[in-house]
Design a protein around this ligand. Structure first.
Ligand code: SF4
Ligand code: SF4
Length: 472
């Protein structure tokens, strides 16, 4: 029985409710009156239910899709302005005891190079990331209680936060590790993590079980209920995501929104972020064997539907996607992108020799961070290295209430400009710096509050003079 408040996976992600939602969406996909009323509701910027959002996703009327895209663009502008938050993944270890059939780190892959960073390696990798200009990391590790126990992850987090190379610092570490216990989530919280990210992969229980035939991840309920345990452990920023291509996208989309509704209903705060990965080629993985792959157009439509359905939730896209696709979905709602990512263990400090490939997936966007930053600015975006909310304790419902008050613009915008200024001075090429300085000058005018503008302007001068780390 469907119950968003239940703590049981099969009840808050009810298979029957998803099937009935899909049926409802199919029946109403040409119901212009209903679609118009859903679009009107979305304009209130308070979000949509999974049923309403599924109707928009099913709709194929070109004019209505254009309206949806225009609304997604507008909501994106209202909530996130033209800022894009930058981050990089850091792979700690690819040892894994699970059997996920879409990931080359699965236990039975005997020819992939298995690697695990030592603390000295972590220092080297993080120094390389700091020297590029990154301030925000997402750490990734396979599930392996012997090679990657929680103590190892905690030690790495500690090391990462302690490294200060030149003006560099990693100011926020988000964590993407396997579902674990409340006690371990509490330890992660105490270690000062930002968001805990865990992709559901698929919400379809039967598919989930066959895609995860062996290992602890096989347990659908334990995996699906992980965010509740994370929140019980005190982590109030959690990141959802599905791996598009494994199951039918309409099913996944409804499941994703039901998961968001569940978190809101039980914990009073929805997901902090939603990631939208698509299955990609990797070592022994051929994406063509998964026959639910989605086109770039469908992918864009999913992003637009997420944007209008959960306006306060950040949306993340990785370098799995090409420059062209990233460009399209940035407009429609994506608010965070990774740049210059390496998806191998130890890939930042030195390139991996070909025979030692440890990549989790092939990267489509291979540009340097400087190139990505410049590209974003040329498109009219402000690349932001801001990590202020988490460091000011604005997490969970405190973050959401600031968003809902509309005052977040007075934090995000100046913070973006100040952190971009740091980046330009410390890491950018002369050409990127020139474009960036002109952008900052123009964008200072768009800080809503006069007092904030004045403080930001003084801080920019202090950054020129050598000070760092200002924030609102
Ligand atoms: S997806 Fe994660 S759990 Fe599954 S094999 Fe890859 S690293 Fe292991
Ligand atoms: S002020 Fe907060 S919400 Fe805005 S960019 Fe910085 S961390 Fe994100």
């Amino acid at each position: 029985m469907y119950d968003p408040k239940s703590l049981k996976a099969e009840e808050f992600i009810s298979h029957e409710e998803i099937l009935s939602t899909l049926e409802y969406a199919e029946e109403n996909k040409t119901n212009v009156e209903l679609i118009d009323s859903i679009l009107e509701k979305a304009k209130l910027r308070k979000g949509l239910s999974h049923r309403e959002a599924s109707v928009l996703l099913a709709c194929e009327i070109p004019g209505k899709i254009q309206e949806l895209y225009a609304l997604a663009e507008q909501i994106k502008k209202d909530f996130y302005g033209n800022r894009i938050v930058m981050f990089a993944p850091l792979y700690l270890s690819n040892y894994c005891v699970n059997g996920c059939v879409y990931c080359p780190y699965h236990l039975k892959n005997k020819h992939i190079a298995r690697k695990k960073l030592t603390q000295e390696d972590v220092v080297r990798e993080v120094t390389a990331l700091q020297d590029m200009g990154h301030k925000r990391l997402a750490i990734e590790a396979g599930e392996d209680p012997v090679n990657n126990p929680i103590e190892y992850i905690l030690e790495c987090i500690n090391t990462i936060y302690s490294i200060k190379h030149r003006n560099g610092a990693i100011r926020r570490v988000n964590v993407n590790i396997a579902a674990t216990t409340v006690e371990n989530y509490r330890k992660l919280k105490e270690a000062g993590i930002g968001t805990y990210i865990l992709f559901q992969e698929t919400y379809h229980k039967e598919s989930y079980e066959s895609l995860h035939p062996t290992g602890p991840k096989h347990n659908y309920a334990y995996h699906t209920e992980a965010m509740d345990r994370a929140m019980e452990g005190g982590i109030d920023d959690v990141g959802l995501g599905v791996l598009f291509g494994l199951e039918l996208y309409k099913y996944e989309f409804a499941g994703l929104l039901m998961h968001a509704e569940h978190l809101e209903a039980v914990h009073g705060v929805g997901p902090h972020t939603i990631s939208v990965p698509r299955i990609k080629h990797a070592d022994d993985i051929d994406p063509n064997v998964f026959d639910n792959g989605i086109s770039d157009d469908i992918f864009a439509k999913i992003c637009a539907c997420i944007r209008v359905s959960v306006p306060y939730t950040g949306m993340i896209i990785s370098t799995r996607e090409s420059k062209e696709v990233r460009e399209k979905v940035l407009r429609l709602g994506v608010s965070q992108v990774s740049g210059a990512s390496r998806t191998s263990v130890g890939g930042y400090s030195e390139p991996e020799p070909e025979e030692e490939n440890s990549e989790q997936f092939d990267v489509s966007d291979k540009r340097t961070l400087d190139e990505v930053v410049r590209w974003l600015m040329e498109l009219g975006y402000i690349p932001s290295f801001c990590t202020a909310c988490y460091r000011e304790g604005r997490t969970g419902d405190r973050f959401m209430s600031l968003c809902k008050s509309g005052q977040i613009q007075n934090c995000c915008h100046p913070n973006a400009l100040m952190t971009l200024k740091e980046y330009l001075i410390d890491y950018a090429s002369p050409e990127t710096r020139k474009i960036g300085e002109a952008l900052i000058e123009r964008e200072m005018e768009n800080i809503p509050k006069e007092k904030v503008k004045q403080i930001a302007s003084e801080n920019l001068k202090k950054i020129e003079a050598g000070s760092r780390d200002f924030r609102f």
